[in-house]
Design a protein around this ligand. Structure first.
Ligand SMILES: *[C@@H]1O[C@H](CO)[C@@H](O)[C@H](O)[C@H]1NC(C)=O
Ligand SMILES: *[C@@H]1O[C@H](CO)[C@@H](O)[C@H](O)[C@H]1NC(C)=O
Ligand SMILES: *[C@@H]1O[C@H](CO)[C@@H](O)[C@H](O)[C@H]1NC(C)=O
Length: 243
């Protein structure tokens, strides 16, 4: 007796939904703070996707946190530094602040901040590290357990050290705590890739974007840096490391 085709298709469908992670094609993000200071990661979801961890959390030096993201999730994760919050979660951050709250609850961070960006799609997840809005803390993405390209995106250099004076953000104590992108600093079309520079032919790397590219060759250094800065992987989990 032939195996009924509709049953076969049903089984195929169920097995592809279950996948190798034992669930639908979702991902686990592990946020790890390898800095020697506390970091307050912020998480912003793309439109229509659920807010994870209420949008923000605290990670003391050396600590990590696992976060489950549902299938199809997209959004960005960024480090906030030098924060002080009271018992109710109100306060400010020296970099990456999301409106004075520990739980960003849908809000993004103030630039300059390093960003890890994800679109968990099927069959491919897309991910990148972006310095298009500047840099605050070294940020890397390490996929695990997936198949396909699945490149590590390491941005380990402390760009605060090599930041040109006109891009520097300083603390009240005078330390360089973040580095603006030229777009954020000067808001000019050639740096922001807007107006007549609004396409990949006319918007080219600049002396400023090259500083970011030299420090972090796999991170976006300007808006049309796609060719060397966007990565894909299938059914992976992701370690997101600060420092
Ligand atoms: C923390 O790390 C920074 C640079 O990453 C270094 O300058 C500083 O000395 C370190 N502080 C401690 C207490 O280890
Ligand atoms: C760069 O900024 C981060 C965030 O404030 C800070 O932890 C780090 O010590 C800074 N690095 C330097 C070299 O000042
Ligand atoms: C980058 O180029 C601009 C315009 O030519 C110049 O004013 C600026 O000093 C340069 N900056 C660096 C860091 O090379």
């Amino acid at each position: 007796m032939a195996f009924p085709m509709h049953l076969f298709l049903t089984l195929l469908c169920i097995s592809s939904l279950i996948g190798e992670n034992g669930g639908v094609d979702a991902a686990t993000f592990t946020l790890k703070n390898r800095c020697n200071v506390t970091i307050w990661p912020g998480i912003q979801s793309g439109a229509g996707h659920p807010v994870l961890m209420k949008g923000g959390l605290v990670l003391e030096a050396g600590r990590s946190e696992r976060i489950d993201a549902p299938a199809g999730w997209s959004g960005r994760i960024w480090p906030r530094s030098r924060c002080a919050f009271d018992q109710s979660g109100r306060g400010t951050c020296g970099t990456g602040d999301c409106g004075g709250t520990l739980q960003c609850d849908g809000a993004g961070g103030a630039p300059p901040a390093s960003l890890a960006e994800f679109t968990l799609d099927s069959p491919l997840d897309f991910y990148d590290v972006s310095l298009v809005d500047g840099f605050n803390v070294p940020l890397s993405v390490y996929p695990s357990g997936g198949s396909g390209d699945c490149s590590e995106v390491k941005c380990l250099r402390d760009l605060n050290r090599s930041c040109p004076q006109e891009l520097q953000v300083r603390s009240t104590g005078g330390e360089v705590i973040a580095c603006k992108s030229a777009c954020i600093a000067f808001n000019q079309p050639e740096y922001c890739c807007t107006g007549e520079y609004g396409n990949p032919q006319t918007c080219q790397p600049t002396n400023y974007s090259r500083i970011f590219k030299n420090a972090c060759p796999r991170a976006y250094s300007y808006p049309y840096d796609d060719a060397t800065s966007t990565f894909t992987c299938t059914k992976a989990d992701y370690l997101i490391a600060f420092c």
